[in-house]
Design a protein around this ligand. Structure first.
Ligand code: DUC
Ligand code: ZN
Ligand code: ZN
Length: 480
């Protein structure tokens, strides 16, 4: 299948220019003015539209077994919904149970993800530690193309990584050239606050944000940053939701530390008043962690994106329907944590970022695609429009409008946190590895057609950092 996109404006993270784009065999074969139409090629008229790298959502949880249930969106429905929203690649998470062999969990997730219809890859969570974990991390990096490891600093008595696990895993990541990532919330503090609030009779969703205050995130962000600094390894913090955590990142970066921050479309748009809804279902539908925050945090996150101290945007797409959320009817701490957004991330960020003048179109490309590709070491194969890159392309109509609704979305969930939002700037076509899979509202995704993307280890920067870390090692004082 070959496709030629005629008459559009190519927008990358660094420039915008008029050009046609020709795709064949899953990759971009030619870019230029007035390209000839090769015989048999499907022609897409992109006049008045933008031709951008497909979105990369670096943080999703398809069919995640979590909090006694399983996320309702599977790898097919989730990647398909992503395509409808202009996202052509996800990086999901393998989350082993404590004591479960990491490689076994990885194989399980690879099986589940075969039904994907776009590109996908995995971060692997380190939820416990022993010699097999050390070995399996090596196998994952050297043989399976995993170059990032995730650490949940929350979820005590479940998947929480304590400081010992963090130390061991960060150190091993440095040796291997893999990026450690953290969900930064102080799990002990959250656990104690949950108990305290429940004892006070605070059983409803309004207690959820109270049990996870900004300080719990800031403390964990600071701890992870300091551990990474001592070990000498770069660090990526997922779903930064507070001004406080952003300040920790900003300070570290201004000191020359290689720390990256991700934020979610939901945290940029919603505030914590959602938990005061008198309807349990609506309030519970917003329960995710970290929770939505008071408004000044949203303003800070936008500034973080503008200043470059936050580099990526994601969704933490993790769907639970009303009947699943009902598990926490009498105890907010049992409400399965998660909200959706993979289909809406790009249009919400365009509307509220580019549409308000906070971001340029090029910055939009950077924060929705290119920066993730760079940070997770798959650029320029992904996140770019250039000859030889994968033909993962979204054709964007900056004038088209729609109203986001659960009634029309493709996501497999009975709620949309952006319900009723009017957006301007939506995808008209989405091309994944050279296949036109979304066209003017028609989704043509098919199961088992996605591609697992191996991500190579980071070299030589990590080797240099490893050497620096080793050179810093003290030597004992010789005494007579
Ligand atoms: N937060 C969520 O809301 N859901 C899944 C995992 C997480 O960290
Ligand atoms: Zn998380
Ligand atoms: Zn997550």
């Amino acid at each position: 299948m070959s496709i030629i996109i005629k008459g559009g404006t190519v927008v990358t993270a660094s420039q915008s220019y008029q050009a046609d784009v020709y795709c064949e065999g899953g990759v971009i074969k030619a870019i230029g003015k007035d390209l000839d139409v090769p015989s048999g090629a499907e022609v897409i008229d992109a006049g008045g539209q933008l031709v951008m790298p497909g979105g990369i959502d670096p943080h999703t949880h398809m069919q995640l077994p979590f909090m006694g249930t399983v996320a309702s969106e599977d790898f097919f429905t989730g990647t398909a919904a992503g395509l409808a929203g202009g996202t052509t690649m996800i990086i999901d998470f393998v989350i082993p149970n404590p004591q479960q062999r990491i490689m076994d969990a990885y194989k399980q997730w690879r099986e589940w993800s075969e039904k994907s219809c776009s590109s996908y890859s995995f971060h692997v969570a380190i939820t416990w530690w022993d010699e097999t974990v050390y070995q399996d991390m090596g196998t994952l990096v050297n043989e399976e193309g995993v170059n990032s490891f995730k650490h949940f600093m929350a979820y005590k008595n479940a998947i929480m990584a304590d400081d010992e696990v963090l130390y061991n895993s960060f150190s091993r990541s440095l040796e291997l050239g893999a990026m450690p990532t953290c969900h930064a919330e102080n799990g002990e503090l959250v656990f104690q606050l949950q108990k305290k609030l429940l004892a006070m009779g605070m059983t409803g969703p309004e207690a959820h944000p109270l049990s996870r205050p900004p300080a719990a995130e800031a403390e964990a962000a600071n701890r992870a940053i300091k551990l990474a600094d001592v070990i000498g390894v770069p660090l990526y913090l997922v779903h930064v939701s507070t001004q406080d955590a952003l300040e920790e990142i900003t300070r570290a970066r201004s000191n020359g530390q290689r720390v990256y921050g991700e934020c979610l479309a939901g945290h940029l748009m919603l505030d914590d008043s959602v938990y005061l809804d008198s309807n349990f279902e609506r309030a519970a539908a917003h329960v995710m962690s970290p929770p939505f925050r008071s408004k000044h945090h949203q303003a800070a996150l936008w500034k973080g994106l503008q200043s470059g101290n936050l580099q990526t945007t994601a969704t933490d797409h993790c769907c639970f329907c009303a009947e699943q959320k009902a598990a926490g009817k009498d105890d907010f701490s049992l409400i399965p944590n998660g909200t959706a957004g993979i289909e809406d991330r790009m249009t919400v960020l365009w509307t509220h970022g580019v549409g308000t003048g906070k971001l340029t179109p090029e910055e939009f490309v950077a924060i929705t695609s290119t920066n993730s590709a760079k940070i997770f070491n798959i650029h320029p194969r992904k996140g770019s429009i250039q000859v030889g890159a994968d033909a993962d392309i979204v054709i964007w109509d900056p004038e088209a409008t729609k109203t986001i609704s659960v009634k029309t979305h493709h996501q497999n969930i009975d709620f949309n946190i952006f319900e009723g939002m009017e957006v301007k700037g939506v995808p008209s076509h989405t091309i994944s590895m050279g296949r036109l899979l979304y066209k003017d509202g028609e989704l043509r995704a098919e199961k088992n057609t996605g591609t697992y993307i191996k991500r190579p280890a980071f070299r030589p920067i990590f080797s240099a950092l490893d050497k620096i870390a080793k050179a810093k090692q003290p030597t004992p004082v010789k005494r007579s």
